[in-house]
Structure formats: structure tokens, C-alpha cells
Design a protein around this ligand. Structure first.
Ligand code: MG
Length: 348
């Protein structure tokens, strides 16, 4: 098939949040994400990069990394996409969200060209849709209780801990809900002795699992925790790509796969396979993202045991529409590619 050269360009978008977002690492009231447009033969694909909260990532650096990837993606055969992530990694290894965004735009375009939704392109089952958790950001007890009540449509609550008053926070939430709660410590417990005390307190509170209790390098210490609790312990900051999984397999019972850490949908697919081979549970998570990147993840959700896709729900105004929510579960669009379109409110 002969194709014209693609036009690949970026657009930085400022996203206001509904509430100030606080985790153990800091607070924010807006995010700047970068969109990638892949235009070719009258069809346009779209992708999104949400930069990571670790390291020196900014929208500007993401754009620079995307610009390094563009000459490569201009010359490759888009239909032979399976081998592209490893080559892209050699160009922009340190900036996985940039790789995720360009690949997402290319895959969206391929899906549109072949008139297939991406979940079909990957041979996945749209019928299996685990309920997503909904995150409650740290706040005053009154505000957190209000947020839980506002989250009535969701079956599972996720809360960010990693502070001295963790136990009070859970008690505050338990006063207004008996839904399962997932806990994310975001590396916030400094040592294994602190962490096991926290976990023992949580064991009586119907907590589904605890995510990243200790700093990312403390793999051995996490294994020590695992021997002392039946609560599943899920790796987030300790695992970015498939290569990181074998090292954590003994210490954690599951991994949190995110497109922005993995560097794209194709590496995320590989991570599901590697995790399965190593008997690890899988969770599909996200950053604060618009419906572009959330929908990309929803196309893969049938592979995950736990779904935690709420980044777009935390935005004041999502500029896009894609995956739809039904009884606390995401449904991928049935239209070709990602199936995402601009929201009516998005300026042209
Ligand atoms: Mg996490």
C-alpha cells in the first residue's frame, strides 16, 4: 500500500482539576498534557502524553522527546507496528509518555484505516469490564466524606495514603461507606516496620489491596511485608516496563500497568503477558489524563484483574469523549481506532 508521508504534530493542553490533587509527593490544581496528531491520507489519529510525577518531567520536555521521535515515525510502515516500541525506546528511552503518545496516535490512525476499534485490532474482549475504582484525594475529613458521597456511581474507592494520619483517614471514610477501598501509599511509608503496622491496621477495614507501600528500591523489604500479610501488595513506582517485572515477582503479588510508564499500549500488552507468566495479578492504572489516553487504556482493560481508570473523571472539563461509563464500568467505543472525538465544548 503506498501512503503519503504523515504529518505529526503536538498540542499542549492545560487541564483544570475539579479538586486540588494531593498525594504523598505534593499537590496540584492543573495539569499540562501533550496531544499528538498523526494525519495521513485524510485520516487523523490522536494520542496523549501525561508526564510522570517522578523526576524532571514537564510538558516542554515531553514535546522535545516527541520531536525526536517524529522523524522515525514519519518513515516507518504504520501497519508493521508491533516492532516499533523497541526502536522508539532507543530514541526517547527516558520519556515513556512521549513514546506512548506518538504510538497511540499511530495506532488510532491504523484502527481508523482498517475500520476496527483498537480492542478488536488486538483481539480483546470488550465484554469483560471490571469495575473501576474512583480516587479520593487527600483533604479535610469533611471534604473527603463529601467526595465519597459524590462517588456514589462507583463500586470501589481508592485513597492515597502515606502520611502520619493514615488510620484516621480510613476511619473517616469507613464512617460513610462500606465499599471496598484500595489504598495507595505512593512510597510514602519510609521503612518496613512502619509499613507493617499500617497494613495490620488496614487489615480490619475491608481493604482490597495496598499499592506501593515502600520506596521503589525497597524490593526485599516489600517481600518481608508480603510474608506477614494476606493483603495483596501491588507494585506501581517499582515497575515501569516488562523488563522490571521479574525483579519484583517474589516481593509483590501484582503490578500496576500504566500506559505512561510503559511507553504505550504495545508495551502494556507485553507487560500483561509477562505478569501472567510470572503469576502476578495485574491492575490497569492511569495518570491524570483526558478521555484520549483513558480510552486507550479502556481498550486493554479486559486483560486486567483490577481497573483503576479515573484520571479523566478528576478533570473539570474533559476536552474529549471516548469510552463511556455504565454502572461504574468503562465500555470502549465501537467506532474505529480509539473511537475518541472532541467534546462539544472543545474550541477548534
Ligand atoms: Mg499508584
Amino acid at each position: 500500500m503506498s501512503l503519503n508521508k504523515p504529518r505529526i504534530h503536538t498540542e499542549t493542553v492545560r487541564l483544570e482539576l475539579k479538586h486540588i490533587w494531593t498525594i504523598s509527593g505534593g499537590s496540584a490544581d492543573f495539569k499540562e498534557n501533550v496531544l499528538v496528531h498523526y494525519e495521513r491520507d485524510g485520516l487523523a489519529g490522536i494520542g496523549e502524553a501525561a508526564h510522570l510525577t517522578v523526576g524532571e518531567h514537564t510538558a516542554e520536555k515531553t514535546v522535545q522527546a516527541i520531536e525526536r521521535l517524529v522523524p522515525f515515525y514519519e518513515t516507518v510502515d504504520p501497519f508493521a507496528f508491533a516492532g516499533l516500541p523497541d526502536q522508539a525506546r532507543q530514541i526517547a528511552d527516558a520519556t515513556p509518555p512521549a513514546r506512548a503518545a506518538v504510538e497511540m496516535a499511530l495506532l488510532d490512525w491504523v484502527g481508523r484505516k482498517w475500520k476496527l476499534p483498537l480492542y478488536r485490532l488486538f483481539g480483546l474482549d470488550a465484554g469483560r469490564a471490571p469495575a473501576t475504582s474512583f480516587s479520593i484525594g487527600l483533604d479535610t475529613p469533611e471534604m473527603m466524606q463529601r467526595k465519597v458521597k459524590e462517588a456514589g456511581a462507583y463500586h470501589i474507592i481508592k485513597v492515597k495514603l502515606g502520611r502520619p494520619n493514615d488510620h484516621e483517614i480510613i476511619k473517616t471514610l469507613r464512617a460513610v461507606t462500606d465499599k471496598p477501598i484500595r489504598v495507595d501509599a505512593n512510597e510514602g511509608w519510609p521503612d518496613k516496620e512502619t509499613a507493617i503496622k499500617k497494613i495490620e491496621g488496614l487489615e480490619k477495614q475491608n481493604i482490597e489491596f495496598v499499592e506501593q507501600p515502600l520506596p521503589r528500591k525497597m524490593i526485599e523489604e516489600t517481600g518481608w511485608l508480603r510474608e506477614r500479610t494476606r493483603m495483596p501488595i501491588v507494585a506501581d513506582e517499582s515497575v515501569f516496563t516488562a523488563q522490571d517485572i521479574p525483579a519484583v515477582a517474589g516481593a509483590f503479588s501484582g503490578i500496576n500497568i500504566k500506559l505512561m510508564k510503559a511507553g504505550g499500549m504495545l508495551e502494556a500488552l507485553r507487560m500483561f503477558q509477562v505478569a501472567r507468566a510470572l503469576n502476578l495479578d495485574t491492575m490497569l492504572g492511569c495518570m491524570i489524563e483526558t478521555s484520549v489516553a483513558i480510552t486507550a487504556a479502556v481498550h486493554l482493560q479486559s486483560l486486567a484483574r483490577w481497573v483503576d481508570l479515573d484520571g479523566n473523571l478528576l478533570l473539570n472539563c474533559d476536552p474529549f469523549q471516548g469510552a463511556t461509563m455504565n454502572d461504574g464500568r468503562w465500555q470502549p467505543p465501537d467506532s474505529p481506532g480509539l473511537g475518541v472525538q472532541a467534546a462539544p465544548s472543545r474550541p477548534h
